[in-house]
Design a protein around this ligand. Structure first.
Ligand SMILES: Cc1ncc(COP(=O)(O)O)c(C=O)c1O
Length: 417
């Protein structure tokens, strides 16, 4: 089908949850995507942080093909070879002890919220009512299901679906005093992204993380970190909290874990796991043999091929290039991020939109988060030549978009005077 006919068919048949770019993608190789007309795109978004090893990595293809041949799905009523093997790897790299597998990020977060409430019930030292409140952060994003949405601060995601799950309060990100003010014995968990992604790559400070760890430990509440976007190597370490010497009680991962197959995981301690009994929580598809076998290959390949070190180095190079670009463009207000989770905040939403579409026209894929922020989540395998090409293109696109923005301001001043 052509792009035009796919667009017509989708307009007639799909629920319009996405405003898609007018590109029909057919193939991926390495850091490149190819459309139906054979155009090549440099992918700096990686399926929103999913395709960490790029496209067509031989180790992933091998695991996928071999396992698809043997067994794709069995119910969670039976054992298969891969859940414990994957859990062994995830617990080793995270410092946690137990895993629950599901299908997506939002489901992993949902499990974390449910397990926090269950844990609070079994450790109730608060008279008749177990602690139930959950503290989340302003500017957070945890997914689209009701629990996840209840801890997601952004109004446009929440409001159409209210009322949401009760018991959630929002704290100002990186404001330790606000956290202390809102924390009391009714709180069963504090949960947030270690680097906030959808709100435009906003790292949580070491001071705030350590304060949240100390407060939750003191009160017997749980610290839940969402590393669905920033975890599994994107920050240059396996997990972003490892830059700060803190270990959470629960950790959610998803996006890159199974190279694009749907898989999420909630990692936790044995103490939390003891609050869950068979039948309390579950999933039909989560942790199936195909997704788990591929996830094992993803983790082993990141380790064996040394991608964490590469992410640190190339991420720092990319960040330095963005900082140099900022010196040439007053419209870049801020450059943020760690490893290959980077952002450039521009001075207006219109400019950010023009730049991000201008980059797409020149066949470079990135995205716009929180209206004004250009977000970069490239595959870990990106090299300096790709960064150089992206920066040179961004320089040109920014210059031309800034010129158009200035011309628009001048003509509107003329027409009103
Ligand atoms: C930090 C974070 N948490 C949760 C989610 C939800 O994950 P999913 O879309 O797999 O449900 C996302 C997705 O973008 C995310 O970035």
């Amino acid at each position: 089908m052509s792009l035009a006919s796919v667009m017509r068919a989708e307009a007639a048949l799909l629920v319009p949850t996405y405003d898609r770019y007018k590109v029909l993608l057919r193939k991926g190789r390495g850091v490149y995507l190819y459309d139906d007309a054979g155009h090549v795109y440099l992918d700096l978004l990686a399926g929103i942080g999913v395709n960490a090893l790029g496209y067509g990595h031989p180790a992933i293809r091998k695991a996928l093909v071999q396992q698809a041949d043997k067994l794709i799905h069995v119910s969670n009523l039976f054992y298969h070879d891969y859940q414990s093997e994957l859990a062994r790897r995830l617990t080793r790299i995270s410092g946690l002890e137990r895993a629950f597998f599901c299908n997506s990020g939002t489901e992993a977060w949902e499990a974390a919220l449910k397990f926090a409430r269950a844990y609070a019930r079994t450790h109730n030292q608060n008279g008749s009512q177990p602690p139930w409140r959950i503290l989340a952060l302003e500017n957070s994003f945890h997914g689209r299901t009701f629990g996840a949405l209840s801890t997601t601060a952004t109004a446009k995601y929440r409001e159409p679906f209210e009322p949401l799950v009760p018991g959630v309060r929002f704290v100002r990100a990186n404001d330790v005093r606000d956290l202390e003010r809102k924390f009391d014995a009714s709180v069963c968990a504090v949960g947030f992204e270690t680097i906030q992604g959808e709100s435009g790559v906003r790292p949580i400070t070491r001071e705030f993380l350590q304060a949240a760890r100390a407060l939750t430990s003191r009160y017997g509440a749980l610290l839940i970190l969402d590393e669905i976007q920033c975890g599994l190597g994107r920050s240059g370490r396996w997990f972003a909290y490892q830059h700060h010497g803190v270990v959470p009680d629960m950790l959610t991962v998803a996006k890159p874990i199974a190279a694009g197959l749907p898989l999420g995981a909630l990692l936790t301690t044995s103490a939390v796991a003891r609050a869950i009994k068979p039948g309390m929580h579950g999933t039909t598809f989560g942790g199936g043999p195909l997704a788990c076998a591929v996830a094992i290959a993803v983790i082993d390949t990141i380790q064996k091929e040394g991608w964490l070190e590469h992410v640190s180095k190339i991420g720092e190079y990319f960040r330095q290039q963005l900082l140099e670009l900022q010196e040439r463009h007053a419209s870049i207000l801020d450059v943020r991020g760690t490893g290959l989770m980077l952002a450039a905040e521009l001075d207006s939403a219109e400019l950010a939109k023009a730049v991000h579409l201008g980059m797409l026209k020149r066949h470079i894929i990135l995205n716009r988060a929180h209206e004004t922020v250009l977000r970069f989540l490239p595959p870990f395998i990106i090299q300096r030549k790709h960064v150089n090409h992206a920066i040179a293109t961004l320089d040109a696109v920014l210059s031309s978009a800034e010129k158009s923005a200035r011309a628009a301001v001048t003509s509107s001043v003329r027409s009103t005077s």
